[in-house]
Write a protein that binds this ligand. Structure first.
Ligand SMILES: [Zn+2]
Length: 487
């Protein structure tokens, strides 16, 4: 393998000197092992290598210390004493290469002897080639979360946080350019660019810049950047808790090439739930003074992520996703209502979540396969929903009670499971399974427009009850502000 052929395998080795920003040593792979160019090691010590491309030996001096290296030998002499490395020193096209173990076994001695250095070298990151796996942006009321998932751990450096944009350097991240249009009223866009051997993440603000807090997480390796809005979060939260309900986003499940569940005579979930959603919308707009927005108002495909991003952008107060259920056993019937949790109530609840989450595969034709485990991880990434769990459970119970009381249908209960579509919602969010299209008797009922009106009225009545209770709490909070903290 030639050095030129290794250009793609260049990775970054970050050496940090205690108390300073640190120097970056580019690393190359040779014979499947990591190597560093000797001249660059010397440069980091502010010294030079005494060798020529054709010489058999090289000498590196730092202060009073001398290291002697011999080409194709694993043993080097440090002040005359032998030190064995895990791979031989090589010279390729006139370039002297030392194995990575040189950094750990020999460099500390040289650093200690260097006149300017008072502290030993610390190896911060010695990653393999790092590639971008996923770039995700989610907007929440008080902050925007950017998740950079990578193939291996990546070192980062926040470079500048000016009035217009913030920049984060991702050391050694090899990735093509990528941009994400955010426009959430805070961040205009998030753009990933190449900057030499690194990736550069640019966060472009719409107006005033926010502050960045970076967290590194493992399994999968990812960098989570929480960009906080300039407004005081505590003040915002307080205001929002007291505000009356203004807007609901209804989310008719599936659509387009994703038909959802299909009944024995061909009733498709995507058509059924869109029709029911329209009926509920009409009632809510006419009878509750609430604005309604729909994630889709016709038969087209919308990704799960876009559904909640839309609700977040619209600053919706509630997110209600409407679906119909399917089961292998045709006799299975009834309604059930879900709110998000990492723990499924039971294995049946887990199966329903798996079924509805399965659409993620349809979103990525030819893309990276997304297993069930990945989906649950994806939900757990953005735990913003946990802030709304109590409120979501309350909403689920009120709507579910209303449905089971008026629909003469089996009550399968309020359940918790890891629904991807609920994961990104920055507001109380529920998912209603209005019945089983796979049950012939229920399919017949679900085709009937009168029954669809009944379902719509039941959901509407639940929402009306929830709103009444909400407004009462909001009023109570205004009258005795000291009690608002506990909600
Ligand atoms: Zn569905």
């Amino acid at each position: 393998m030639s050095v030129r052929g290794l250009a793609g395998a260049v990775v970054a080795l970050l050496l940090a000197w205690a108390g300073s920003a640190g120097a970056v040593l580019p690393m190359v792979t040779h014979d499947g092992r990591p190597y560093v160019e000797l001249t660059k090691v010397a440069a980091s010590l502010q010294t030079r290598v005494d060798a020529t491309p054709v010489s058999t030996r090289a000498r590196l001096r730092s202060g009073d210390n001398v290291v002697t290296l011999t080409r194709n030998w694993s043993q080097v002499l440090v002040n005359g004493k032998p030190v064995v490395l895990d791979a031989p020193v090589r010279v390729k096209h006139g370039v002297w290469l030392v194995p990575r173990s040189f950094v750990g076994r020999v460099l500390p001695t040289l650093v200690a002897g260097a006149p300017a250095a008072a502290a030993p070298v610390r190896l911060v990151a010695a990653a393999a080639e790092v590639a971008l796996a996923d770039l995700r942006v989610r907007s929440y009321p008080s902050f925007t979360r950017i998740v950079v998932e990578t193939s291996a751990a990546v070192a980062h450096r926040v470079e500048s946080s000016g009035p217009k944009e913030a920049r984060v350097r991702l050391i050694g991240l090899t990735s093509g350019a990528q941009a994400d249009d955010v426009r959430d009223g805070f961040i205009a866009e998030v753009r990933l660019e190449r900057a030499g051997p690194d990736g550069l993440l640019r966060v472009v603000f719409e107006g005033t810049a926010g502050t960045i807090r970076a967290t590194t997480l493992a399994d999968p390796p990812r960098l989570v950047l929480d960009v906080t809005r300039p407004t005081e979060p505590a003040v915002r939260e307080g205001r929002e808790q007291l505000a009356p309900l203004k807007m609901i986003v209804f989310d008719a499940g599936h659509g387009g090439h994703d038909s959802g569940a299909t009944g024995p005579t061909g009733l498709m979930e995507k058509d059924l739930v869109l029709d029911v959603t329209r009926r509920v919308t009409k009632l809510v707009e006419e009878r509750l003074s609430l604005k309604v927005r729909l994630t889709r108002d016709a038969d087209y495909f919308v990704t799960l992520r876009d559904r909640t991003s839309f609700a977040n952008r619209e600053r919706a107060d509630l997110f209600v996703s409407i679906h119909a259920n399917a089961h292998r056993e045709s006799a299975t019937d009834g309604v059930e209502t879900y709110f998000l949790s990492s723990e499924a109530t039971d294995s049946a609840a887990r199966q329903v979540a798996a079924l509805e989450n399965g659409v993620v595969q349809l979103e990525q034709p030819g893309g990276r396969p997304t297993g069930r485990v990945d989906i649950v991880k994806a939900i757990l990434w953005d735990l913003a929903q946990s802030e709304f769990q109590a409120e979501s459970s309350r909403l689920a119970e009120v709507v579910h009670d209303s449905m089971t009381q008026s629909l003469r249908i089996s009550n399968r209960g309020v359940k918790q499971a890891g629904f991807y579509v609920l994961g990104g919602a920055a507001m109380p969010a529920i998912l209603i399974e209005i019945g089983f299209v796979t049950n012939p008797r229920e399919e017949r009922r679900l085709k009937d427009t009168k029954y669809r009106d009944e379902i719509a009225r039941a959901i509407f009545a639940g929402l009306a009850e929830y709103k009444r209770a909400w407004d009462q709490r909001a009023r109570a909070a205004v009258e005795s502000p000291s009690l608002t903290r506990t909600r």
